[in-house]
Design a protein around this ligand. Structure first.
Ligand code: PGA
Length: 249
């Protein structure tokens, strides 16, 4: 099996103003100096805090992400943000297809695919989120769901390009609930995701859903887990630093 890099990505969702972001990095940057260098760290603040984050992260090892973007490069799309607008602030990663956006912002498999293709064409790394609802899990449809979402997200993307993407397996019932998916089961589903398309052998696959400093090591011990997409536990600088430190153990 190839060695796949490990990534811990913070998804701040609709938390933190620009001032809060500055305060976070005031506390987090000194801590980050002693964090394990083998873990790639990404922070995805809200759009309004990206300029501040970009300023603070210049010259550091921490990479900047966005939480969504439009698939067109410019045009009459009120309220939307494009890849060139993100690149201007040295954003390198973009979360696409998060379940909250699929549920509340009309993001579909089709628009996720359009966004993935634009992100790759523009040199951004998409972090594509897939995952089943509680009802889909109870109905035994977990594997079908994540395989369908993965194939749809990368439709038309050549297999050779898939090493440039990141996938996040996020069971919807585990997000923000404190009910994290059993690491063994997460690893099984993540192996299914990896096997769903040619070209995913070297693709980092992250677990997301109530990941915490206390449970991250159990996930990282699994062969198909290459890191985490972290919501609630990424908001506090000390806790987030601890989670990253524990990810490397
Ligand atoms: P959580 O969110 O860590 O708060 O469960 C993860 C996510 O939605 O990306």
């Amino acid at each position: 099996m190839p060695v796949i890099r490990s990534i811990v990505a913070a998804n701040w969702k609709m938390h933190k103003t620009a001032a809060d972001t500055a305060a976070f990095f005031d506390a987090f940057l000194p801590l980050s100096a002693s964090l394990p260098p083998e873990i790639e760290i990404v922070v995805a603040p809200p759009f309004t805090a990206i300029a501040e984050a970009s300023k603070r992260l210049r010259g550091t090892r921490i990479l900047l992400g966005a939480q969504t973007m439009h698939w067109d490069l410019e045009g009459p799309f009120t309220g939307e943000v494009s890849a060139p607008m993100l690149l201007e602030f040295r954003v390198s990663h973009v979360i696409l297809g998060h379940s909250e956006r699929r549920a509340a912002c009309d993001e579909t498999d089709r628009t996720v695919n359009l966004k993935v293709r634009t992100a790759l064409a523009q040199g951004l790394t998409p972090i594509v989120a897939v995952g089943e609802s509680g009802n889909e899990r109870s109905a035994g449809r977990t594997d079908d769901r994540v395989v369908a979402q993965t194939r749809a997200a990368f439709a038309g993307v050549p297999a050779a390009e898939l090493a440039r993407v990141t996938i996040a397996y996020e069971p919807i019932w585990a997000i923000g609930t404190g009910r994290n998916c059993d690491p063994e089961e997460a690893d099984r589903v993540m192996a299914t995701i990896r096997g769903s398309l040619d070209g995913l052998d070297e693709t980092p696959i992250l677990y997301g859903g109530s990941m915490k400093p206390e449970n991250v090591a159990a996930y990282m011990a699994k062969p198909n887990v290459n890191g985490g997409l972290v919501g609630g536990a990424s908001l506090d600088p000390t806790g987030f630093a601890m989670l990253i430190a524990n990810a490397a153990r």
